[in-house]
Ligand binder design. Structure first.
Ligand SMILES: CC(C)(COP(=O)(O)OP(=O)(O)OC[C@H]1O[C@@H](n2cnc3c(N)ncnc32)[C@H](O)[C@@H]1OP(=O)(O)O)[C@@H](O)C(=O)NCCC(=O)NCCS
Length: 188
């Protein structure tokens, strides 16, 4: 029988686990820009907040997937909007297609619901992975979103997707609006 995927969550990582996680990311987060110094600078400016929760997936003792969860609260059309930011999803190359990614997404959607998030937000290469995230209720934002970088400068990007969590009404309002959608500090 295949081993069961076990999930562990942490609000902080020990220095040892942080090293394990970083090495795991370096080995498995295969994006085109990896190794490009401009991209390294952009990461520091764009993705600068520590997550509220680290979600790690194991098969036995082996770390096979990592992901992060962020609590974000912003104003949207004069109302408070609680956004669950999903980031950093990476599955070990040798364990893709085994349901680890699904488990890490579902676990974070559960955390989002328990926290009382109105909607969830993530950024991704929509052409490549939009179809995967659609399976979990995500839809492309269809316009730019903005966030505050580490320097305090506001940046925009066009790769956002959102899903309803506890408020279909707010989800619909965000999706229908044409304003640049502000997600607060850091690009999740
Ligand atoms: C994207 C990634 C996380 C998927 O992880 P995974 O463990 O292989 O995914 P799963 O096996 O749990 O698949 C989950 C579902 O998405 C689908 N799926 C997985 N990869 C997909 C892809 N590239 N395109 C479309 N659908 C995909 C699966 O068919 C599955 O659907 P099902 O459960 O209905 O059968 C993994 O390929 C990865 O780590 N890629 C590199 C890092 C990256 O790009 N991360 C995303 C950042 S936003």
């Amino acid at each position: 029988m295949p081993e069961k995927i076990q999930i562990q969550t942490f609000s902080e990582l020990s220095p040892e686990l942080e090293i394990v996680r970083k090495n795991f990311g370096d080995r498995n987060f295969d994006i085109e820009e990896a190794g490009d110094p401009d991209w390294a600078e952009e990461i520091k400016e764009w993705f600068w907040k520590d997550p509220d929760t680290y979600v790690l997936a194991y098969l036995g003792d082996e770390l096979v997937g990592v992901a992060t969860f962020f609590k974000k609260e912003v104003e949207f059309q004069g109302e408070k909007l609680k956004i669950a930011g999903l980031g950093g999803l990476t599955v070990a190359k040798e364990h893709r297609g085994e349901g680890v990614g699904r488990k890490l997404i579902e676990e974070r959607l559960k955390i989002a619901q328990e926290w009382g998030a109105d909607i969830a937000f993530l950024n991704t290469d929509i052409d490549k992975l939009g179809g995967m995230f659609a399976k979990f209720g995500f839809q492309p934002l269809g316009r730019n979103y903005s966030f505050v970088g580490k320097s305090g400068q506001v940046h925009e990007d066009d790769s956002g997707m959102i899903a309803p969590i506890n408020s279909r009404d707010k989800f619909a309002k965000v999706l229908q609006s044409v304003e640049v959608f502000f997600i607060g500090e850091s690009n999740v």
